[in-house]
Design a protein around this ligand. Structure first.
Ligand SMILES: Nc1nc2c(ncn2[C@@H]2O[C@H](COP(=O)(O)OP(=O)(O)OP(=O)(O)O)[C@@H](O)[C@H]2O)c(=O)[nH]1
Ligand SMILES: [Mg+2]
Length: 188
């Protein structure tokens, strides 16, 4: 039985808590408090510590889903949860003030998870803001993390099937990374 710890990171209002709620088979543990930054994201609450949910893939592979706060003032949780994770779902809301810059900033902070297993970028709220386009994200990924395979999807965090597609592509990358590492160990 394999177990994966996946981190959901990204700017405030990108849909991390919503995505984990869409995916989780158990009731999600949330740590929401009143949102005092309506300018960045117009919603009632914001995550102040973490979200936690779980999903089973196949017969028995358990995937632990952790969401971190988007706000930098809670970034002590980023460090703690980053250490446990083997993969990253980086959510970016297309209606952020500068979503491409947000992508760069979060890749800089969490990009090391690519080496541990994998990273997938998931652009949300494209119905609210149709631009920037997906190839602009792909281009910035190539600049910030050249030579790495990081898929980019558009998805609605409220949609279970779309979030599952993003998650499964990440799990496939994580399993491939693990297989390559194992075969290199055998060859050494
Ligand atoms: N219209 C639209 N709304 C979306 C989409 N994806 C997510 N949302 C909504 O956007 C909001 C995202 O809020 P959260 O899930 O709290 O965002 P978060 O990333 O957890 O934010 P913090 O915890 O504050 O960092 C919710 O109201 C979702 O219902 C989308 O693709 N389209
Ligand atoms: Mg949240």
């Amino acid at each position: 039985m394999a177990e994966h710890v996946i981190l959901f990171a990204g700017p405030m209002g990108a849909g991390k808590t919503t995505a984990i709620e869409s995916l989780s088979e158990c009731e999600v543990i949330r740590t929401e408090a009143a949102n005092t930054d309506r300018e960045t994201a117009d919603k009632d609450t914001t995550t102040v510590a973490m979200d936690y949910g779980e999903i089973t893939i196949g017969d028995e592979d358990k995937v632990r889903l952790y969401g971190v706060p988007g706000q930098r003032r809670f970034n002590f949780m980023w460090t703690i949860l980053k250490e446990r994770a083997v993969g990253l779902v980086l959510l970016v809301n297309n209606d952020a003030a500068d979503p491409i810059q947000e992508l760069s900033d979060f890749l800089e902070e969490f990009g090391e998870l690519h080496e541990k297993g994998g990273v997938v970028v998931c652009v949300t709220r494209t119905d609210v803001a149709p631009t920037p386009f997906i190839d602009q994200y792909a281009e910035r990924i190539r600049e910030v993390m050249p030579g790495r395979m990081i898929p980019v999807f558009t998805a609605d965090a409220r949609n279970e099937e779309q979030m599952r597609t993003c998650l499964m592509s990440l799990i496939a990358n994580i399993e491939m990374t693990a297989m390559i590492a194992a075969s290199q160990e055998r060859a050494a």
